[in-house]
Write a protein that binds this ligand. Structure first.
Ligand SMILES: NC(=O)C1=CN([C@@H]2O[C@H](COP(=O)(O)OP(=O)(O)OC[C@H]3O[C@@H](n4cnc5c(N)ncnc54)[C@H](O)[C@@H]3O)[C@@H](O)[C@H]2O)C=CC1
Ligand SMILES: CC(C)CC(=O)C(=O)O
Ligand SMILES: [Mg+2]
Length: 365
């Protein structure tokens, strides 16, 4: 297969982890006889420095034309002055809106080898397998903003149509899993959450085989840490999903481990680790590349339809998480490059088996 992939390494550790993910995609292409063409563009702080804009037109046009977009992270102290007229994060929000990627899939699994890093005991971590579906293009991040000398506002707005489409996506995904959706809101206080809850309840009737429960976000923050094994698909609005998934990453052992896929109606998608630019470790070659590499696996699955290739990358990452080398955030001493090399070696091993299986399948018609 031929695919055009735009990379947006961005700021901080973004370029370090994106380079690792691209190397893994290159290895997959070589093993499975695909042709991935990569085109790198700017976004975030580096784009502001180069062009004055956090999402230059050339970057956006390339992303719109691509089969998929792989992003690192944006932002950092250099661009974080609260009075700055333009900020790196605006570029990422504008990109998500322009691509129409309203459903942000953030899977959480806890590898047994990292269980000791989790704040929970082994017993509670058993069978943790949660798919967060975070609404990504609405809510407070996109509402009107005002600021005077002593007052600021961020409008939080949701339309029924916005809630309907992300809810349907969550229920469709739940059908392929354990058929259980937990919708998280703050319907005891917020009008947007009351609209959210009534819309989710109505759409749930289209999926009688899937169980729905509602949970308020404050108690959900607690339950996630006390009973994580209880959840299957968790659907929630933009801000709540952002916060809950960073919390969820602590269960896995590090923010550096979790990937994401942001999807709209088309095949194209935006793929990024859930972490930020990690300015405290940027430039040291110690960032954990696993979240970015697993995001590349999600790209193979969701935008290119390459399930076997995606599973190969996931199996390779699981091997390395289990046996090492590991970066500092997950208790090791290795660098980004060491982890990448180990993943590439594991991809070689798994891909040989998978490619042989595919050839055998084709030969057998
Ligand atoms: N999608 C994006 O581009 C996002 C960007 N940001 C931006 O990133 C900047 C820093 O934000 P923070 O709140 O510090 O969040 P962060 O996610 O960048 O870092 C939080 C903590 O996790 C660690 N960490 C993150 N990724 C890691 C990795 N791959 N390997 C090892 N450790 C890792 C960091 O070292 C830090 O201690 C801000 O400018 C923020 O706006 C934050 C979240 C998402
Ligand atoms: C706009 C982003 C910086 C928000 C965020 O933290 C995320 O999407 O994970
Ligand atoms: Mg976040």
């Amino acid at each position: 297969m031929r695919a055009q992939i735009v990379t947006l390494p961005g700021d901080g550790v973004g370029p370090e982890v994106t380079a690792a993910a691209v190397a893994v995609l290159d290895a997959v292409a070589a093993h499975f006889d695909h042709h991935f063409h990569f085109e790198e563009h700017q976004i975030g702080g580096c784009a502001i420095d180069a062009t004055g804009e956090p999402l230059p037109a050339a970057s956006l046009e390339a992303c719109k034309a691509a089969d998929a977009v792989l992003l690192g992270a944006v932002g950092g102290p250099k661009w974080s002055d609260p009075n700055a007229p333009v900020r790196p994060e605006q570029g990422l929000l504008a990109l998500r809106a322009a691509l129409g990627v309203y459903a942000n899939l953030r899977p959480l699994q806890v590898h047994p080898a990292l269980a000791s890093l989790s704040p929970l005991k082994n017993e509670k971590l058993k069978n943790v397998d949660v798919l967060f579906v975070r609404e990504l293009t609405g809510g407070a991040y996109f509402g009107a903003k005002t600021r005077t000398i002593d007052t600021a506002t961020d409008e939080c707005k949701y339309t029924v149509a916005e809630v309907e489409r992300v809810t349907r996506r969550a229920f469709q995904l739940a059908r392929e899993r354990r058929k259980h959706v937990t919708s998280v809101d703050k319907a005891n206080v917020l009008e947007t959450s009351r609209l959210w809850r009534s819309t989710v309840t109505r759409i749930a009737a289209e999926f009688p085989d899937v169980k729905l429960e509602h949970q308020l976000v404050d108690s959900m923050a607690m339950l996630l840490l006390t009973q994580p094994g209880k959840y299957d698909v968790v659907v929630t609005e933009n801000l709540f999903g952002d916060i809950l998934t960073d919390e969820a990453a602590a269960l896995a052992g590090s923010l550096g481990l979790l990937p994401s896929a942001s999807l709209g109606e088309g095949k194209g998608g935006l793929y990024e680790p859930i972490h930020g630019s990690a300015p405290d470790i940027a430039g040291q070659g110690v960032a954990n590349p696993v979240g970015a590499i697993l995001s590349a696996a999600m790209l193979l699955r969701h935008s290119l339809g390459l399930e076997q290739e995606a599973s190969t990358v996931e199996a390779a990452v699981a091997d390395v998480v289990e046996h090492g080398p590991r970066t500092r955030d997950v208790g090791g001493t290795a660098g980004t490059r060491d982890v990448l090399e180990a993943v590439l070696a594991a991809v070689d091993e798994h891909a040989c088996n998978a490619a042989a299986f595919l050839r055998w399948g084709r030969a057998c018609g």
